[in-house]
Design a protein around this ligand. Sequence first.
Ligand code: SF4
Length: 678
Amino acid sequence: MDATSTSLDRRRRAGAPAEAEDSPPAAGRPDLDLDVVAAPSGHRLWAALRTPLGATAAGLLGLVLLTALLAPLLWTGPAEAIDTSNILAGPSAQHWIGTDALGRDLFSRVLVATRLSVLLALAATGIAVGVGLILGSAPVLLGPTAGQAVAWLIGVAVAFPGLLLALFFAVIFGASQTGAVCAIGLAGAPSFARLCHTMIAGVMGRDFVAAARVGGIGRGRVLIRHVLPNIAEPLVVQATMGAGSVLLSFAGLSFLGLGVKAPAYDWGRLMNEGLSGIFIHPLAALGPGLAVVLAGLAFNLTGETAARSLGLAAQGGFVSLARPQRPARSAGPAPAAVPSTDEPARTVLTVEGLEVAFPGPAGPLRPVRGVSFSLAAGQALGLVGESGSGKSLTALAVAQLIEPPGQVEAKRLRFAGTDLGALGPRAQRHLLGTSLAMVFQDPMTSLNPTMRVGSQLAEVSRQHYGLRRRAAWRRAVERLAAVRIDQSERRARQYPHEFSGGMRQRAMIGMGVMGTPRLIIADEPTTALDVTVQQQVLDLLRSIRRQDQVALWLISHDVSVVAEVCDRVMVMYAGRIVEELPIERLRHDARHPYTRLLVAAVPDMTTDLTAPLPTIPGRPVEVGQTPPGCAFAPRCPLAGALCRSSDPELEPDGADGRVACWRAGAALPGSEPAEAMP
Ligand code: SF4
C-alpha cells in the first residue's frame, strides 16, 4: 500500500463528502480527454465559435464554402468569356485583378475555381484518411508480427518527405486531375496512418476495451464498435486541418502542370498561367495564390477551433489524445496444456508459476515472478501490496490481457476446469466472455463513452448467447436493475457520462453478470469512489458472490477494503506473493514483516489518531532492480546476512497460511513479540 494512500477508515473519520448516488458527476471533476472527445458539448463548441479565433474560422470557412457553391452558378460567364480587346489588362473597376491572356476576367476565374480546388482537396484528404485508417488499424487486426511490420512501414513512409512522395506518386499515376488526387491522397496517408495507429493504440489500452475483450468480443468488432467511434472526432479535426495542407499541395501540383488540365482550372493552374507575366501583371498569379492561402487558413483555423472545443491539443500537426498506455489483451505465449489431476471440484482458478516479462534495455523485466494460488467457488480472495508490486499485471495475465511484447508464462493456468493455454482464441474468448467478469479501477474509463450503457451490456448477450437485439436489451435492463440501478429502463438508454461514478461501477458489474460468471476480478474497484458509494459497490460484490457462489478476486492497495470483503488475503511485494493467510489473522497474526508493516500503516478503531501513522521505510523496489536475496531486505527491520544472499521460497506456514521469509513471525523492533500477539 502506498504510504500516502488513504484507507477507507481514515476517509470515514475525515468525513469525506459522500457523492449522492444518482447525482450527476461532480462539477469540476477532471474528465479524461477521450471522454470529452466522446461526449462533446454543444456549449463548448458554441463557446469556441464565439472566440475571435472561432469567429474568424467560421467566417472564413463559410465564405469559402459559399463561394464554392455559388461562384460557378453566378460567374462562369465572365470567367470564360474571351475578350481579345482586353488581353492581359491591369486592374480596373470592371476587372478587379485584371484579365488573362485571352481577356477573361481573372477575379471571376479565381472565384469559379474555388469549387474544383476545394472538391479536389477534399477528395485527396478523404483518400489520405481512408488509407491511413486502414493502415493504422492493421496492427490491431493483423496481430503482433504483421502488425509490427505495418507499423514499421508506416514509420518509414512518414520519414519520407511528403512533397517528394506526392511527386513520386504523381509520376506513377500520370499528370492528370485524378492522378494528382490519388498522389496527394496517398502521400498524406502515412501521417494519418501514424495518427490512427497512435489513437487506436491509446483507445485499445482503455478499460472499456479490456472489458469488451474479456467479454469475448473479437478484435474486429472491438475496433468497429468500441475503438473507431472514439477516434472519429479527433480524426475529423485532424482531417480538417489536413485539408488545408492538401489544398496547398494540390495547388503546387497543378502549378507544376501535374494536376488539373485545360479546359478545367483550379487555383494552382491559374497561378501557373499568371506566372509568365508576373513582373508586368503580378495580380494574375497573386490573386489565386491569395485564394489558396485564405482557404488553407479557413480549414486550419476550423480544425484548431474544433480541437479546442473538444479539449484536444494539436501538437506538431497531430491531435494529442493524452492517455496512459496499458497492456491490452493477448493470448500470450501458450504454455503447454496441463491436464487436470489434483484439482478440487470447486476450484475455479488455479495459477501455478505465473510469470510476466517485458523486454528491457538490459534483458527482460519481470514484474510478476512465479505467482501461485488457487481460488474456489464462492471464495473471496484479496490481493494487497503497494503500487507497482505487480498486482494488476497478475490479474491482467490471468485474464489473458497482456499484449506483446509482454510475455506470460505459467506452469499451470486453469480457469473453470479448463487449461486456458490449450484453448484456441475463439474458445478462450467464449469461456472468458461467459465465465469471467472484470471490474476496473476507474469507472470513468470502464465503459465506452460513445455507446449507450444498455447497448454495452446487451452486446455480451448477443455475442455469446445469440440473443436477438430486443431480448438482449431486455436482459441488459434486468441486469441494471439487479445491480440496483434505479429506473433501469431509462438508465439503459443513457451514455456513461450521464452516470455517477458509483453507477458506472455497478453498470460494469452488471455487464460482468450478463453471463454466468464463475469469477469476478475486481481491480481496485472502489479506489476512485467516494466512501458511501464504495460501500454500496462492496456490498453488491459481496451479495453477488454469496447469491451465485461466484469466486471473487479483489485487488486493492487498501488493506481495510480487502479485510471487509475477503476470506483470505495474499500479500504481494516486488512481483511475488510473500504471504497468504486467512483474513482473521491479518491484523494480529501476520507473519511476514512486510504484511505487518502494511497493516500497521492502516488505522483501525483502536488506533491513536493523534500520533502519526507508521510508514514503511524506503521505497518499493523498481522492476529490474530487484536486489539479490529477499527483495524486501533493503526495507526490512529484521534483515540479516541470509536475507541479503538468499531469497526465501513461499512455504506453507501452519495449517492455513503460506509465507516467504527467513524470520517469519519474529518480533519487529519496537513491537511486542509475535508469539505474544493475540
Ligand atoms: S527474509 Fe529477511 S529481509 Fe526478507 S522479509 Fe524476512 S526477515 Fe525481512
